[in-house]
Design a protein around this ligand. Structure first.
Ligand code: MG
Length: 363
């Protein structure tokens, strides 16, 4: 099975309701798609969301990395030369993890198709069903309480809340959500690097004293401040998860060696795909650190690859893959089935994505 061509395209998927964080409002998912063809007639897909504010990968950067570096390094290569092919991909250009992730997942898809095994089975196959949280958009407390009741009525038992812009308002919002949710629903929060270490400790311990019962906090301090993250981890009553601090496997190992976080968030777009995500998962197994699998605002092609990873590995105990359920339509044929919080992986060979409706080719 030889790679003959890689075509590029885009998809646009509207969201059910605008997605609001402290920093931005988004109305639709606009992602780059790669479509990899082989001489055997097999086709595989990958997806990269432009998330310049997080990864630095704009749509122009993703397309440039693919066209000028990545595609020419893999066209003509045998899929069966898998390990070497993945290393070639990772060496084809520095950084550009979103573009690499899109191609990485397509290569895993092809390898699985070739040997007729679903990727999650190939990587371990611990389960075929996972349960995701859902993010409650940042609004005034009353509206967030309403959204909380709606999410619980839809069956969710774990909610994620973005915090960080305004501590007093954050506390008011979390109080409203906890009151609406009752004691049995899990609440996890994501500060997206907003706080200083001392501010984080003070706020997190205040939240626990108020009985908000926070399951864990994602990235309380700036990503580069490993010492600050460790400071919070050692002093806050709330478990701390590293997200923006961990892009590469080397970042993950350093965070774990330092004991700088209790948990690590793996995202394919940060680390460059399944090949590197597996290294982070293995490091976490060695250090006894549990992982979450997360996503950007992504459609189902790339989230489906994350589902395969999560279904392969027991060390991934927390799931934040609500991208597809935030979308109002699903143009992806095949792949995992998303039924509110329950996600069931596909048993088709490879990743199981068969077609993408509305794919607009760029070439
Ligand atoms: Mg996060």
């Amino acid at each position: 099975m030889k790679i003959t061509e890689v075509r590029l395209g885009t998809i646009s998927v509207p969201l059910r309701v605008p997605f609001k964080t402290a920093l931005r409002t988004v109305n639709s998912v606009e992602d780059i798609i790669v479509e990899v063809h082989t001489d055997t007639g097999h086709v595989a897909y990958g997806e990269a969301p432009p998330t310049g504010a997080i990864t630095g990968d704009t749509s122009g950067a993703i397309l440039g990395a693919l066209r000028d570096h990545i595609i020419k390094s893999i066209v003509g290569r045998e899929v069966d030369d898998f390990e070497n092919l993945l290393q070639t991909l990772n060496k084809s250009i520095v950084h550009n993890t979103s573009a690499k992730a899109a191609v990485d997942m397509a290569l895993y898809d092809l390898y699985g198709q070739m040997y007729k095994i679903p990727v999650y089975k190939m990587l371990g196959g611990s389960r075929n069903n996972i349960v995701t949280d859902i993010t409650i958009s940042v609004n005034d407390p009353e509206e967030m309480a309403r959204d909380t009741r709606t999410a619980i009525a839809r069956g969710y038992d774990t909610l994620k809340i973005k915090v960080g812009a305004n501590p007093a308002l954050d506390i008011a919002r979390l109080k409203a959500v906890r009151e609406a949710a009752g004691p049995d629903i899990k609440l996890r929060i994501d500060a997206n690097q907003a706080w200083s270490p001392k501010q984080a400790v003070r706020l997190l311990n205040q939240m626990q004293d108020l009985g908000l019962d926070i399951e864990f906090v994602e990235q309380p301090v700036p990503g580069a401040d490993f010492e600050g993250l460790k400071y919070v981890t050692e002093r806050a009553y709330v478990p701390v998860m590293a997200d923006e601090s961990v892009f590469s496997p080397a970042d993950a190992v350093k965070i774990m060696q330092m004991g700088a976080a209790d948990l690590v968030n793996i995202k394919l777009m940060k680390c460059g795909g399944l090949y590197n995500a597996l290294k982070i998962a293995t490091a976490a197994e060695v250090y006894g650190v549990e992982c979450m699998i997360g996503c950007m605002l992504e459609a189902k092609v790339s989230v489906n690859a994350a589902v395969h990873l999560a279904c392969a590995k027991n060390v991934i105990t927390k799931i934040d893959l609500d991208g597809p359920v935030l979308c109002s339509e699903d143009p992806i044929v095949g792949g995992a089935v998303f039924e509110e919080q329950n996600i069931t992986v596909s048993n088709a060979p490879g990743l199981g994505v068969i077609a993408i409706e509305g794919l607009r080719y760029l070439d």
